[in-house]
Design a binder for this molecule. Structure first.
Ligand SMILES: [Zn+2]
Length: 351
């Protein structure tokens, strides 16, 4: 099975940090394997241990929430949501990277992939797979493409009445206000583009359904034709070599889209703010973006959980804001502060 194939990316920050990491396709939204999961955690732990050795203060704050109160008592001046809003409103920050994950699509009704019982992986019995992740495994697709074709038919963006959420519309609003540098999404549901975000403002880190290609000779295949075939329940085949065609979403055994590698370095150099929405930040290299963005860039986390290195050091506590809760609720609150509420709802109604 080719699912262990990996590529290595090196990400460098403007402050001289560089992180080499294994690029593992699929994520947060579609799938991830336990060994990758552990590898990423191990990396984090190693980094934390190094930090602890180098800096006693960091060891005090490396444990999560319990220490926040302590740190407040120590007089750390923390960024507030109102201040982040002001920076956006006045365009003092106008090159914002938004990093989004499954959480922005939950209220759209996109099935969660991993929740026991109700998640996608627990409901694939009808496809008789050897293991649930096989549905997104390139080696298995070559052996038996039918389960993926059936699933893709059910999930194809824009065909199932699934509509973009307020969170997707907020990203479009950032673009309309000319403050969005790029949206890196880990989702494959294409809802950002359906919400009206320009494809050039997007890096869909795990691909999308709009284009397609041959899994053997890699020849591009008409995206609309691929869609039509799959919705009919037939297999799209390469006109050049007769090989199997699939939409350009990243399977196990494939590297991330080349667009990710082309954009990430310059985007990280340019970015002056980071907004992270609805992701557990568990899978590299996307999960490393918050660590590499410029040290002076304020970082806003709209998420149910505190993730990554948000609020974990004195420096980060000064520039980080964690708005705890569901993305759409936090987006509404943030847009209220920005004075964008009316526009947000207008966009969402029409998207
Ligand atoms: Zn081919």
């Amino acid at each position: 099975m080719s699912s262990d194939a990996t590529t290595t990316e090196t990400l460098e920050s403007t402050n001289g940090n560089s992180i080499s990491s294994v690029s593992q396709p699929l994520n947060d939204h579609p799938v991830k394997k336990d060994d990758d999961f552990d590898a990423s955690n191990d990396e984090d732990e190693e980094e934390e241990e190094e930090d602890d050795e180098n800096n006693d203060d960091d060891s005090v704050v490396s444990a999560p929430l319990a220490h926040l109160t302590l740190m407040n008592e120590e007089g750390i001046e923390r960024m507030k949501l109102e201040e982040i809003a002001e920076l956006v409103k006045t365009k003092s920050c106008n090159k914002i990277i938004v990093l989004s994950g499954a959480g922005v699509s939950v209220s759209a009704g996109i099935p969660d992939f991993r929740t026991p019982g109700t998640g996608l992986y627990d409901n694939l019995q009808k496809y008789d797979l050897p293991f649930p992740e096989a549905v997104f495994d390139l080696g298995f697709y070559r052996y038996n493409p039918q389960p993926f074709v059936s699933l893709a038919r059910e999930l194809w963006p824009g065909t199932s009445g699934i509509k973009p959420t307020l969170s997707h519309s907020f990203i479009r609003l950032l673009e309309e206000k000319d403050v969005l540098l790029r949206n890196y999404t880990q989702n494959i549901d294409g809802l950002e583009v359906l919400a009206g975000v320009s494809p050039e403002k997007m890096v869909e880190c795990h691909g999308h359904f709009r284009s397609a290609g041959c899994v053997d000779c890699k020849a591009p295949y008409d995206g609309e034709l691929c869609k039509r075939k799959i919705l009919e329940g037939t297999l799209p085949l390469c006109t050049k070599c007769g090989g199997l065609v699939k939409p350009d979403i990243v399977f196990f055994g494939e590297s991330l889209p080349s667009r990710f590698g082309r954009m990430i370095q310059s985007d990280l150099r340019e970015a002056d703010m980071l907004i992270v929405m609805g992701t557990s930040l568990k899978v590299a290299p996307v999960s490393l973006i918050p660590e590499i963005v410029d040290d002076d860039a304020p970082r806003l986390l709209l998420n149910r959980d505190l993730v990554g290195d948000f609020c974990q050091t004195r420096e980060n506590m000064r520039r980080d804001v964690w708005e705890e809760g569901d993305c759409d609720v936090s987006v509404k609150k943030f847009c209220d502060l920005l004075g964008w509420t009316e526009e947000l709802h207008k966009i969402n109604k029409h998207s």
